[in-house]
Design a binder for this molecule. Structure first.
Ligand code: PLP
Length: 417
């Protein structure tokens, strides 16, 4: 019954430094957010002790009444949030959710068609290094050189040539809305199932500022920890009863054993929060703030992939500023601004260097930053990058120190936890 500080000083110190980091760094990693204390409490609850293999009402263990109660809450809230008929809230992560769809709807060796990593797709959509790329004949589409939008002529040509079983839309670094109807028409033409992985923009769908994929997709997957602002985890949804049955068997016993009941409890809390009116205003602010951040960086000389953003993230091409993504994300971390280097479409630089950075507004917006703060953040980023350009890869220590103190002041005005 000893608390963490007494029981394990070393791990406690790690947790304490993470708390300090989150409090005083500006978090721009587009896939991250800052969850509520209620989500943290549910995830840190006694449900971590419980085995509950199976589904509510059909468990393989006794003592599952409380598990049934919270899992049912999570399922019903997810269905209400997205207006869909079925949700499986058990996938441990987004990768597991995508794996479950593949297990349900395809066989090893089948052809799948997804967006390539270079164009902003995700590893689990058929990248060579991932299981989806090794166990399937994975064909990949990309974006057009001229506007960085999905190349639907290519999607259609590849679909007709390779006849995939599954077509996947969605990605990790695609800043624009996706034309789901167009994808579905192509899927229908070749007899493929159409899956949307809305991991990044799920919260914007829930907040009503992004078209919903459910009208067009056979199946929809998501993570729960990005714009959706819940615990780390995954989920699969559909409106098709036959697919729903297959998804349940694919998640358990197909791919996973016991569900993480503490995480499912936290998912229920987060979905409950997302159903409240505040969340709509939060998402409206996320979208507006991303536009302000992107516009500020463009005013200061960076180029925006796809010309800007409709979502919570922008992919920033640093080529006109004469710095690489790697030097930029390292310099920004020294200045207490966290983001990630990211390849841009047709990037001439290798993935360890890259020509770009990806920035997002979900975490900063949660702590209360508005357009004025995101404008200031854009200017701070540009100051650091100008310092890099002037002084070379190790940056300008005095500019970085100055930005560090501006970041500290901003974070102190918008405290978390
Ligand atoms: N799908 C997309 C589009 C993602 O961006 C991510 C994570 O970045 C995932 C799936 C995988 O999620 P996880 O990291 O929870 O496995």
């Amino acid at each position: 019954t000893r608390n963490l500080a007494e029981a394990d000083a070393e791990v406690f110190a790690g947790v304490a430094s993470e708390l300090e980091r989150e409090r005083y760094q500006i978090e721009l990693i587009a896939s991250e957010n800052i969850v509520s204390k209620a989500v943290l409490e549910a995830q840190g609850s006694v449900f971590t002790n419980k085995y509950a293999e199976g589904y509510p009402g059909k468990r393989y263990y006794q003592g599952c009444a409380p598990s049934d109660q919270v899992e049912t809450l999570a399922i019903e809230r997810a269905k209400a949030l997205f207006g869909c008929g079925f949700a499986n809230v058990q996938p441990h992560s987004g990768a597991q959710a995508n794996g479950a769809v593949m297990l349900a709807l395809t066989k090893p060796g089948d052809t799948i068609l997804g967006m390539s990593l270079d164009a902003g797709g995700h590893l689990t959509h058929g990248a060579k290094a991932a299981m989806s790329g090794k166990w399937f004949n994975a064909v990949q589409y990309g974006v057009r050189r001229e506007d960085h939008l999905i190349d639907f002529d290519q999607v259609e040509a590849l679909a007709k040539e390779h006849k995939p079983t599954l077509i996947i839309a969605g990605g990790s670094a695609y800043p624009r809305q996706i034309d789901f109807a167009r994808f579905r028409a192509i899927a229908d033409e070749v007899g493929a199932k159409f899956m949307v992985d809305m991991a990044h923009f799920a919260g914007i769908v829930a907040g009503g500022l992004h078209p919903s994929p459910f009208e067009h997709a056979h199946v929809v997957t998501t993570t729960t920890h990005k714009t959706l602002r819940g615990p780390r985890g995954g989920m699969v949804m559909t409106n098709h009863e036959d697919i729903a049955k297959k998804i349940n068997s694919a998640v358990f016993p197909g791919l996973q054993g016991g569900p993480l009941m503490h995480v499912i409890a936290a998912k229920a809390v987060a979905f409950g929060e997302a159903l409240k009116p505040d969340y709509k205003s939060y998402i409206a602010a996320v979208v507006e703030n991303a536009k302000v951040l992107a516009a500020t960086l463009a005013e200061r000389g960076a180029a925006l992939v796809a010309g800007g953003t409709d979502t919570h993230l922008a992919l920033v091409d640093l080529t006109p500023l004469g710095v690489t993504g790697r030097d930029a994300d390292e310099a920004l971390e020294r200045a207490a601004i966290t983001c990630n280097k990211n390849g841009i479409p047709f990037d001439p630089l290798p993935p360890v260097k890259t020509s770009g950075i990806r920035v997002g507004s979900p975490a900063g917006t949660t702590r209360g930053f508005g357009p004025a703060e995101f404008r200031e953040i854009g200017n701070m980023i540009a100051d650091v990058l100008d310092g890099l350009k002037a002084k070379g890869e190790h940056g300008d220590p005095s500019v970085e120190a100055d930005v560090r103190s501006r970041v500290r002041a901003l974070c102190e005005r918008f405290p978390i936890y």
